[in-house]
Design a protein around this ligand. Structure first.
Ligand code: AQP
Length: 335
């Protein structure tokens, strides 16, 4: 059976270096896997599980599509679409929600983290998020889903929901997707706190490098990045337990395409000023072409919209076929 790959990001804010190194950069290579069909969505229905300002959501949706294309998602190779423009996602979610157990949803660590002490007051959407994710995946009969560690639990739930559907209706209708753990996916931490992941929703702008940041901003943010008082060590072992230092080494290695050990050895004993200068150079060199392409695309929003429109149509074709198959199987009335 051929591979179908599906993934997406939420337009909650602009994409940052963590989104790029942890996900987007890895999607680019997947487009050339022989026989693989790739779908990449802007997950705006997921974004509204926390309140969004409408004009901001609309703009962020375009910006994320621009970031995908600028980073190398090729609309000739992949289907690039907006989740809310494909009605089957919301409809499929309802059908699947009847097969998702409350107890399992309650155990999702992302829900517990995001709801915090406010679990009684958060919206149903945040609780049901993994069921929408299951619909996203199962409607495309996706075989592989590139996920970070944090999404593995949700993907396991998707597999269980597919299995419940198949058992209840006695057939192998829905495909149980495999997680695709990308070998060199990088977890990038906040520039201000090495124990927290770099995140769109971190209130501190200094904590992250956005893909749209200009050279000056990148240099300033890296200069202000937290380190410690010791200079660079001389081996990876010597920087163990130094979360902020390890994070800067990780970013350097991922963007320069060399090992972390090599980064440490090249800069052994270096003070943080010169190391940060070298790191800023690597970051700017890698991101500048992407940022430029993103800006060019955003100056031509009709081109982005045209690409999305084509992708939305393809996504509708695929999902409507699965949805009507599910509806028939479940016994919905048809003329
Ligand atoms: N710091 C990170 N390091 C590596 N990978 C990361 N991802 C996110 N942050 C890092 C990966 O990016 C993809 C986008 O996921 P998302 O848009 O669904 O949201 P998220 O994972 O919740 O990312 P953010 O940036 O932290 O957004 P907010 O603040 O809105 O929640 C995923 O593949 C994720 O693993």
């Amino acid at each position: 059976m051929s591979k179908r790959i599906l993934s997406g990001m939420q337009p909650t804010a602009q994409l940052h270096l963590g989104n790029y190194l942890g996900a987007l950069k890895n999607w680019i290579g997947l487009q050339d896997e022989p026989g693989a069909e790739n779908f990449y969505m802007v997950a705006d229905l997921h974004a509204i599980t926390v309140p969004q300002e409408p004009a901001h959501l609309r703009q962020a949706t375009r910006e994320i599509a621009a970031a995908y294309i600028a980073a190398g998602i090729d609309p000739h190779k992949s289907t690039l679409f907006v989740q809310s423009a494909v009605p089957a996602h919301a409809e499929g979610m309802w059908l699947l929600s009847t097969m998702a157990q409350m107890g399992k949803l309650e155990r999702m660590t992302q829900f517990k983290d995001k709801a915090g002490k406010n679990a009684e007051r958060v919206g149903l959407g945040l609780f049901a998020y993994p069921v929408l994710m299951a619909a996203d995946i199962l409607l495309y009969k996706a075989t592989h889903v590139p996920v970070g560690e944090d999404q593995k639990q949700h993907l396991e739930l998707t597999r269980e929901i597919a299995s419940t559907f198949n058992t209840r209706y006695e057939g192998e209708y829905l495909i149980q997707p495999e997680p695709m753990i990308i070998g060199d996916a990088t977890r990038v931490m906040s520039l201000q706190d090495g124990s927290k992941k770099m995140s769109k929703s971190d209130p501190s702008e200094k904590s992250r490098i956005n893909l749209v940041d200009d050279t000056d901003t990148i240099v300033k943010k890296i200069k202000k990045a937290k380190t410690d008082t010791e200079p660079m060590g001389d081996s990876l072992k010597s920087i163990e337990g130094r979360a902020e230092v390890k994070n800067l080494v990780t970013i350097y290695a991922s963007l320069a395409g060399i090992s972390q050990e090599e980064v440490v050895q090249r800069h052994a004993g270096t003070q943080w000023g010169p190391f940060k200068d070298a790191l800023a150079e690597v970051v700017v060199e890698h991101l500048a072409p992407i940022t430029k392409k993103m800006r060019d695309l955003l100056n031509e929003p009709e081109e982005i919209d045209r690409i999305l429109e084509t992708g939305n149509q393809r996504a509708c074709e695929v999902t409507e076929s699965t949805l009507s198959e599910m509806q028939d199987i479940m016994g919905f009335w048809r003329v």
